[in-house]
Design a protein around this ligand. Structure first.
Ligand SMILES: [Zn+2]
Length: 282
C-alpha cells in the first residue's frame, strides 16, 4: 500500500496523550468516554471514535472482554454501513482476529466490508500480518501499551486506515435523483443534499478522479471511472451523511488519454471529456 503509515495514540487519560501523533482514538461511550476532550486537545488531527457498546455508533467497535462481543460485531458493522460508513473498524486482540472474522463471514460480511485494528503487544511497531507477524492481516495494530515509557497505547496504521481505502460498495439500488454532467474544469465543487447516500459515475474514457468529502475529517477517495461503469447497476461510492460538498478533481494521476490521439486536426477540443455523476438517495 502506497503512502506513509500513521502513528495513532489512545489512552483513557487524555493528559497522557503526546502531541506528536498523526491520529488519536477516543471513546464515545462507557466509563472512559473522552472524545470531546481529545477533539479539543488535538484539533486538525485524525480522530478515530470507539464505541465499547454495540448499541452505540462510532468509527470503531471495541471487541474485547467486558466490551462488545464477536457475535455483536457483524450487526454493528452493518448498521454503520447503513449510516454511510464505508468500512467500519473493529478493534480486537490479534489472537481473537480469526474468531471475529469467522463471525463476520457467517453473517455474510467479507473482509473488505470492515477494517481490522488488532492489538498485538510485541513492543515493535508493526501492522499484524506484515513484518514477520503471522496473525491475520490488519489495517492497523496497537503494538504497545507502554509507549513513551508510560501507560500509553500506540498503534501503527496503514495509509488507507482513515478513509483512503476504496469502499467496496455493498449494495446497488436507491433512487437516482439527478444526473450532473461536470463542466469542463479540472476541479469542480458538487453540492449534495442531505438525502444523497451514494454517487455513481460514468466517463467518456478511462480516467482517475479524486473525491474530497468536505466537512468529513477522514474522507478522500480516488475512483476509476470509465464508459463501462456507466451502467445503472453500478454501485458507486457511499456518501457519509455529514458530507454536504464533494470536491471532484479530474485526471488526478495525469494519465488520461485526452484529447484522443485520433482527434481531427484543427478542431477545438474541450480540456476534459464529459463526466457524468448520478446522485442517489436511499
Ligand atoms: Zn502482530
Amino acid at each position: 500500500m502506497a503512502g506513509t503509515r500513521l502513528v495513532m495514540y489512545d489512552d483513557v487519560t487524555v493528559s497522557l496523550l503526546p502531541s506528536d501523533g498523526d491520529a488519536y482514538a477516543c471513546y464515545v461511550d462507557g466509563r472512559y468516554a473522552n472524545c470531546d476532550q481529545v477533539r479539543a486537545k488535538f484539533p486538525g488531527k485524525q480522530i478515530l471514535t470507539i464505541a465499547v457498546f454495540a448499541s452505540d455508533d462510532a468509527d470503531c467497535l471495541d471487541v474485547e472482554q467486558g466490551d462488545a462481543t464477536n457475535a455483536q460485531a457483524p450487526g454493528w458493522v452493518k448498521r454503520q454501513q447503513a449510516r454511510g460508513v464505508a468500512r467500519p473498524v473493529v478493534y480486537t486482540s490479534a489472537g481473537n482476529a480469526t474468531a471475529l472474522a469467522g463471525a463476520m463471514t457467517a453473517a455474510g460480511l467479507s473482509r473488505s466490508d470492515y477494517k481490522l485494528w488488532s492489538a498485538h503487544y510485541t513492543g515493535v511497531a508493526h501492522v499484524c500480518g506484515t513484518g514477520g507477524c503471522t496473525y491475520p492481516r490488519a489495517d492497523a495494530s496497537q503494538w504497545t501499551s507502554s509507549s513513551h515509557g508510560r501507560s500509553l497505547d500506540e498503534s501503527l496504521c496503514e495509509p488507507g486506515f482513515f478513509g483512503g481505502a476504496p469502499a467496496p460498495a455493498p449494495t446497488t439500488g436507491g433512487q437516482e435523483m439527478a444526473l450532473v454532467v461536470l463542466p469542463d474544469q479540472p476541479v469542480v465543487m458538487l453540492p449534495l443534499g442531505a438525502e444523497i447516500t451514494r454517487l455513481r459515475f460514468g466517463g467518456h474514457i478511462t480516467e482517475k478522479i479524486k473525491l474530497d468529502f468536505l466537512g468529513v475529517s477522514d474522507a478522500s477517495q480516488t475512483v476509476d471511472v470509465s464508459y463501462a461503469v456507466a451502467d445503472a447497476g453500478q454501485a458507486g461510492v457511499a456518501i457519509n451523511p455529514k458530507c454536504v460538498n464533494v470536491r471532484v478533481v479530474r485526471n488526478v494521476d495525469g494519465t488520461m488519454a485526452w484529447p484522443p490521439p485520433d482527434a481531427p486536426a484543427g478542431q477545438p477540443m474541450s480540456a476534459f471529456p464529459p463526466l457524468s455523476i448520478w446522485t442517489v438517495a436511499g
